[in-house]
Design a protein around this ligand. Structure first.
Ligand code: HEC
Length: 126
C-alpha cells in the first residue's frame, strides 16, 4: 500500500513538471525576444546604421561605447549627460564631430522621423 502511494506521488510530480515546464520555457523565451513592432523596426535601423560601431548586447566599446542598458543607466556613456531619450536622440541626430576615438556621424538627415522614433524605442529595451 505504501509503495503504491509513493508511486502515485512520483507520477503526480512528473505530471506537474511536465505541465509547468513548457509554459515556463515559453515565457522565458518571450521575455528574451518580445519587442514591440516599433522596437523591432528600430532594431533593424540599429543593425544597418549603428552596429558597425556599437554593441547592443554589451557595455564594452566597439568603436563607440557599448549601448547595453544605455537608457536604463543614469548617464550616457561618453558625454555623461543624463540618459534621457531626448539626449540620446540628440546624439543620434547630430552625431559628435569631436567624438573619440573618432567622430560619430550625424543621422538626422539620413533617417526618417519614424525610423528615429523606432530606434529610440529599441534603445530603451537594451
Ligand atoms: C562610425 C562609428 C559610429 C556609428 C556608425 C555610430 N556611432 Fe554612436 N558613437 C560613436 C563614437 C565614437 C561615440 C563616442 C564619442 C561620441 O560621443 O561621439 C558614440 C557615442 C554614442 C552614444 C553615447 C553618447 C553620449 O552622449 O555618451 C550613443 C547613445 C550613440 N553613439 C548611439 C548611436 C546610434 C543609435 C547609432 C546609429 C544610428 C550610432 N551611435 C552610430 C561612433 C559611432
Amino acid at each position: 500500500m505504501q509503495r503504491r502511494s509513493l508511486k502515485i506521488i512520483k507520477w503526480l510530480f512528473i505530471l506537474a513538471v511536465a505541465a509547468v515546464l513548457p509554459s515556463a520555457t515559453i515565457s522565458w523565451a518571450q521575455g528574451k525576444t518580445a519587442l514591440s513592432p516599433a522596437a523591432k523596426g528600430g532594431q533593424k535601423v540599429f543593425e544597418q546604421n549603428c552596429a558597425l560601431c556599437h554593441f547592443a548586447d554589451q557595455a564594452n566599446a566597439k568603436i563607440g561605447p557599448g549601448l547595453k542598458g544605455v537608457l536604463k543607466n543614469k548617464e550616457l556613456p561618453y558625454s555623461h549627460k543624463p540618459a534621457t531619450v531626448a539626449n540620446a536622440r540628440e546624439q543620434v541626430e547630430k552625431g559628435n564631430p569631436q567624438g573619440k576615438p573618432m567622430a560619430m556621424p550625424p543621422f538626422g538627415n539620413k533617417l526618417s522621423k519614424t525610423q528615429l522614433d523606432n530606434l529610440l524605442d529599441y534603445l530603451k529595451t537594451l
